[in-house]
Write a protein that binds this ligand. Sequence first.
Ligand code: NAD
Length: 352
Amino acid sequence: MSKKVCVLPGDGIGPEITAEAVRVLNALNLGFELESALLGGAAVDATGNPYPEATQKLAREADAVLLGAVGGPKWDGLPREQRPERGLLGIRKDLNLFANLRPAILYPELANASSLKPEVVSGLDILIVRELTGDIYFGQPRGIEMRAGERFGFNTMHYTESEIRRIGRVAFEAAQKRGKKVCSVDKMNVLETTQLWRDVMNELVPEYPDVELSHMLVDNAAMQLVRAPKQFDVLVTGNMFGDILSDEASMLTGSIGMLPSASLDARNKGLYEPSHGSAPDIAGKNLANPLATILSAAMLLRYTFALEDAARQVENAVKKVLAQGYRTGDIFEAGTRKVGTREMGDAVLAAL
Ligand code: NAD
């Protein structure tokens, strides 16, 4: 198999944090071909287009894409078509990325960063699998129009069974590599679309005899995530519920600089990026935490290339540097050792 990775540093802290993840990938000596291209504001400055043709070509030909972040105040005044975010939406759509995977892991060393009690969250390790291309966010008809003399707003929630089945499979297969439990989140007591969601999830069970499936209504899931989040392994849900629950879950950890993400297509081609933005306030100052991007590279190893051992090696190196007391400013506490972006990368390389 070829191992082409398209690297898109983007804007703000993007170039600094992707540089550290690239050093980690190179250090593993796995024969990756890494090539960089422009996305977001950097691409607008160079070409006038946030997702230029050269980037499209490279991203389509690659097996995986590693992205930093895009955006910043410099481009906020541009017309909508030229905004950096357009580049991000453009590449996600172009690559048919329908499955968004967001782990929320709380390393015991960082338990104080959470707003929840350390005993509730310490050791948390859950994975939210969110459907990304369907649901009420894309359903037609939609709009705001005049009806019977007043404004009327409407959207349409829908899923086909094949859309549900393919995201269900992503969740079951991810659970097979983890704690072997899937909790499917719906609102079947009120919404027919999500009754179908539950039915199709149940139909998948015979294909994955080693995985235990449970169901939860979304209101209860929102509650359980803050009450007892460690009960979950993999949570799978639709686009809208997933949007909300994945943000809730990521905040359980309290440290945005630690959270990776993956968006996959039907053949496990993926776009891997930290969950945070381009942090223009600290860009170019060697202050950004590169660990979310390094952990995104670990997801790239696991999900696109099925290199589970290498993925764990990177994750264990991150655990080790935290245990050794290395901290960037965003996760710093008294008694630990404050380092910059590059020094954190050095520490991870040493731990590898
Ligand atoms: P942000 O995530 O960039 O920053 C929020 C806060 O977290 C800031 O104080 C920042 O310094 C800090 N932070 C973020 N990542 C960090 C890291 N790795 N290490 C240390 N501190 C970190 O969100 P924002 O300020 O709302 O947005 C800034 C820009 O990023 C905007 O232009 C926005 O559109 C863009 N953005 C891009 C993405 C993306 O590329 N996927 C996502 C969100 C926001």
